[in-house]
Write a protein that binds this ligand. Structure first.
Ligand code: SAM
Length: 245
């Protein structure tokens, strides 16, 4: 009960701060703290903000890229306009939405992809977590080919099955991949951010994070990496049906 009260209190503190600073969501502070720690976004950068509604991360990204930069946000929910940003409505996994993003970029590469995406929560934790992981792999597959050499990728994850497998799947593509929990999200025990720095497009020819992830996960879940069992020796043992009277 006491822990619950402290969590709510912290959450309210960030919410109040967000309101006072003009940010649309307290999540704005998570990106600010990630930026303070990792210095990912520079003036003039082109940024894709995935799952941008209501726009807190977009606001912070705009401040960081300045007037010469560009921020394009995508969400299932329509956002109120934010001056200086392009906000698209649609499902990031839908090819139509992806085409809209690419049309806007018009051949320009992304300096960073920032994704705070979280699917609708059904309340069944295992299922929600699994759906969230798959969604993240799909965002990687779509956006990674448009990330510039040396670019960065930040994404929210929910702790649970598959996190290690996802990290293993993306690690070869970046110089540095690590988990990070900004202060503003420490009250949400399950949430963590994956900070992937300095994209190395030359390191792996084929970008297919979803397939690599699924393969690794299936291996783990089916226990393929468990040592093979002993050879089965033929036996003359058999089960006979008991004769009925
Ligand atoms: C935690 S909110 C993002 C908050 C945002 N970063 C901010 O600071 O205002 C997560 C968002 O992900 C969006 N989302 C979930 N699935 C999506 C999908 N397939 N395509 C686009 N957006 C999605 C949800 O609509 C939701 O608005």
């Amino acid at each position: 009960m006491a822990d619950h009260w402290i969590e709510n209190h912290k959450r309210d503190t960030w919410r109040r701060q967000a309101k006072a600073s003009g940010y649309r969501a307290r999540s704005a502070f998570k990106l600010k703290q990630i930026q303070e720690r990792f210095k990912l976004i520079d003036k003039g950068d082109v940024i894709l903000d995935v799952g941008c509604f209501p726009g807190g991360w977009t606001q912070v990204a705009l401040e960081l890229v300045g007037e010469e930069g560009d921020v394009v946000g995508v969400d299932l929910e329509p956002c109120q306009p934010i001056e200086g940003a392009v906000l698209l409505v649609g499902d990031i996994t839908d090819p139509h939405t992806q085409d809209k993003v690419l049309a806007y970029l018009n051949g320009r590469q992304l300096n960073s992809i920032i994704s705070d995406i979280s699917p609708n929560i059904t309340g069944k934790w295992d299922m929600d977590q699994a759906i969230a992981m798959t969604l993240v792999t799909e965002v990687f597959d779509f956006a990674l080919p448009f990330l510039c050499k040396g670019g960065h990728f930040v994404t929210k994850l929910f702790q649970g099955v598959g996190v290690e497998e996802l990290i293993n799947a993306v690690r070869p593509h970046f110089e540095d991949v690590r988990r990070h929990s900004p202060h503003a999200s420490r009250n949400s025990s399950s949430e963590v951010y994956l900070i992937c720095r300095r994209y190395q497009p030359w390191a792996v020819a084929d970008v297919n994070i979803s397939d690599t992830y699924e393969l690794e996960l299936n291996k783990k879940l089916s226990g393929e990496d468990i040592e093979e069992g002993p050879e089965i020796i033929k036996s003359s043992f058999s089960v006979r049906k008991k004769k009925t009277e």
